[in-house]
Design a protein around this ligand. Structure first.
Ligand code: GLU
Length: 439
């Protein structure tokens, strides 16, 4: 069975970039009838917080994702220790003693000589001198020279040469872990068949391919996606504040709109709102992904948000629309909503006093129109009957007929179909407004 995972570090709130990775892993898992695991990469004790883990669960749940299991790296330290000892015994892990400043200096010197800044272990004497000084060891994974190759579901054949990569540090001198080894150990132990992540991880993958080999495990299949940028092409992180999922949620973004957007963005698909996550699952295909970095465009998301609302039945929003919003109102105005909160505007315009907007030379026309408004409370037929009568009586048509009516009745130039909205305004208010009175 296929198995995918989303592996956030609970050191902050997730933003649209993280959510996109989570969603794509989830869609792929569902598409292949596989498993999807939430793995919390919480080895950084200082920065990892339960409140962030809770927020991640809440955000993913809101987006519509579920998971078949949850894992925490902080509870798996013994597995990493065991793998580490195994690799050490096999000569694939070795101690290093350079300080960050010394490493920095070595890199600068190599660069100055036009050489790639690859770590070279010190001479025997130098090493001994570090040990004699009483320095504490940190640990590197020893790469085997030669080609590292893997087939990426999005990038195709990927090729690295181990000689051009530094042996990665996998463990700090205080015994704490860097990302690299725990992630590979987890992917092995949790039987991950696929790892889908950002292309900032491609070089890590090359290193981890050798770790899987060294552990005698098969590497999963990888897919590295270009990272999403903001609309100007800058990194998303600059605008994280406004693109955290919790903020989009508070701003009235519909989960299905966001999921549709994030699933289609950066692919050859049309970017449109789907009416269910199942549609996204059914249509998921790795071959649709493009190699170009997708740009997150809030305006495009708003368009999808509107599409979702236009197709949403009252029953699905009844528990989170503002008080007083009825099914009749919802059906009359949903095609005009960009955010669900906008429904309140139309609710208020229908039932509370507004100042009608009447141009001087429309006053007589509107007066006449008021007199022609059919008796009784307006219903779905009233608008058609009434405007036909007004047209016949005044000779006005098109915009010259409808715009003054709309501005008088709603105080605005744009808005919902008046056929369905007029009944919500009601006869008494409509007449007042047509006569130019507040009402
Ligand atoms: N915690 C890592 C990150 O957020 C996970 C990367 C991975 O998917 O392996 O970058």
């Amino acid at each position: 069975m296929t198995c995918f995972r989303f592996a956030p570090s609970p050191t902050g709130y997730i933003h649209v970039g993280n959510a996109r990775m989570a969603l794509i892993n989830w869609l792929a898992a569902k598409h292949m009838s596989g498993r999807f695991i939430l793995r919390l990469d919480d080895t950084d004790k200082e920065r990892s917080k339960d409140e962030y883990a809770d927020a991640i669960r809440e955000d993913l749940g809101w987006l519509g994702l579920d998971w078949d299991g949850e894992e925490k790296q902080s509870e798996r330290l013994s597995a990493y220790e065991e793998a580490f000892n195994h690799l050490k015994a096999a000569g694939r892990v070795y101690p290093c003693y350079e300080t960050p400043e010394e490493l920095d200096y070595m890199r600068k010197r190599l660069r100055a000589r036009g050489l790639p800044p690859i770590y070279t272990p010190p001479s025997e004497e130098k090493l001994q001198s570090y040990i004699d000084e009483g320095r504490e060891a940190h640990w590197r994974f020893k790469l085997t020279p030669g080609a590292i190759e893997f087939e990426d579901l999005v990038r195709g054949a990927v090729h690295f040469e181990a000689e051009k990569l530094s042996d990665p540090v996998i463990r700090r001198h205080d015994g704490s872990w860097l990302y690299m080894l725990p992630s590979a150990v987890d992917d092995r132990d949790m039987d991950m068949t696929h790892v889908i992540r950002g292309e900032d991880h491609v070089a890590n993958t090359a290193l981890q391919v050798q770790m899987f080999e060294a552990m005698g495990a098969a590497a999963p299949t990888f897919a590295h996606l270009p990272l999403m940028t903001d609309i100007e092409g800058g990194g998303l992180s600059k605008r994280l504040g406004s693109l955290a999922l919790k903020d989009l949620r508070a701003d009235g973004v519909e989960p299905l709109a966001l999921a549709s957007y994030l699933a289609h963005l950066g692919t050859s698909d049309d970017i449109k709102a789907e009416d269910s996550l199942q549609k996204l699952i059914d249509a998921f295909d790795f071959t649709h992904f493009s190699r170009a970095a997708p740009k997150f465009d809030p305006a495009q998301l708003s368009r999808l948000n509107a599409q979702v609302l236009h197709a949403t039945d009252f029953a699905d929003v009844a528990d989170h629309v503002p008080a007083g919003v009825t099914e009749e109102l919802w059906n009359a105005v949903r095609a005009n909503l960009e955010r669900i909160a906008d429904v309140k505007i139309w609710h208020d315009i229908a039932i509370s006093d507004i100042v009608p907007v009447i141009a001087e030379d429309d006053a007589a026309f509107l007066n006449q129109a008021a007199g022609l408004l059919p008796e009784g409370e307006p219903d779905g037929e009233t608008w058609g009957t009434w405007t036909k009568a007004v047209k016949d009586a005044t000779g006005r048509k098109g915009k010259g007929l409808f715009m003054p009516l709309r501005k008088a009745l709603t105080g605005l130039e744009h808005g919902p179909e008046l056929k369905a909205y007029l009944p919500l305004i009601g006869r008494a208010r409509a007449i007042k407004r047509l006569m130019g009175e507040k009402g």
